[in-house]
Ligand binder design. Structure first.
Ligand code: BGC
Length: 274
């Protein structure tokens, strides 16, 4: 239950795309650790409301905000609402993302654009809004605060496909590869302001995004062959790592990508080959 010793006591955390999957697990984890959480959804209001209800019934604090992260005005409105309600911002978990799969030969411009808009431009808009807010807060408190710790933390949701090429998903892989350089570049630029930026790259995590694979026994077996640790990940596996990167325990970690993948990036096909 909520107690004074909790890691994120009274911190304000926005988790984009938190009506389901990894975002939902992050929202619940931060709320259970004392944060005021902004639960964000783009289209499924009912699912978003359920997450918020779970937070509130656990004794946590939060609000529900609708915003499509690829729309500048909606992102601005979401950040304003968060700051108006809770007075500040401490953490952004820039998580919202989607897949629109197609062979490359048949991929439409619409499929390409949608994934880039949400997964990459959405990260740009949310990270920029968070960084602007952090800098404004730092200006306002610079006379009174003497803390050496980061004044704002950002964790971006990437994927193992920021390094593993993925045929049939080139829009998605390109967006995640883009996130890596975006994250490192803004981390370099924002570190002097005492803003820390890192990302996590999950492997196969049991969420709605890949249900088609884990719900089919044959495809599920094929998936396990790609994971040396021989289990599919849970959203909580990711939430715990995200929370560490957003906490003061990782204060000297900047511009890093943490792979949470049961070893998927270890070239498992080479274990008895090559
Ligand atoms: C994708 C999943 C996939 C996993 C491992 C994730 O980024 O969203 O659909 O199962 O990578 O390939």
């Amino acid at each position: 239950m909520i107690g004074p010793e909790l890691k994120f006591k009274d911190q304000v955390v926005i988790v984009t795309g938190s009506s389901s999957g990894i975002g939902r697990a992050c929202a619940l984890h931060f709320a259970n650790n004392g944060a005021h959480v902004v639960v964000n959804y783009s289209s499924n209001a009912e699912a978003g409301q359920k997450v918020l209800n779970e937070i509130l019934s656990n004794g946590g604090s939060g609000i529900l905000v609708k915003a499509d992260v690829s729309k500048e005005d909606e992102v601005k409105a979401m950040f304003s609402e968060a700051v108006n309600r809770f007075g500040k911002l401490d953490v952004l978990i820039s998580n919202a993302g989607l897949q629109q799969d197609s062979s490359f030969l048949e991929m439409t411009l619409e499929q390409w654009q949608k994934v880039i808009d949400v997964n990459l431009t959405g990260q740009f808009l949310c990270c920029r809004a968070a960084a602007q807010q952090f800098v404004a807060q730092q200006e306002a408190t610079k006379e009174t605060s003497h803390s050496e710790l980061a004044i704002g933390k950002i964790v971006l949701m990437s994927s193992v496909h920021d390094v593993i090429p993925w045929a049939g998903h080139v829009n998605y892989a390109a967006s995640k590869g883009g996130i890596m350089m975006f994250m490192k570049s803004i981390s370099q630029e924002l570190a002097p302001y005492k803003i820390r930026v890192n990302s996590v790259s999950p492997g196969a995590i049991k969420t709605p995004i890949n249900k088609e694979v884990w719900s089919d026994p044959t495809k599920y077996q094929g998936l396990l062959e790609l994971i040396p640790y021989k289990r599919i990940g849970t959203p909580q596996d990711v939430a715990k790592a995200v929370a560490w990167l957003a906490s003061d325990d990782s204060d000297y970690v900047n511009g890093e990508t943490l792979y949470i993948d049961g070893g998927m990036t270890l070239y498992p096909e080479f274990a008895d080959n090559g």
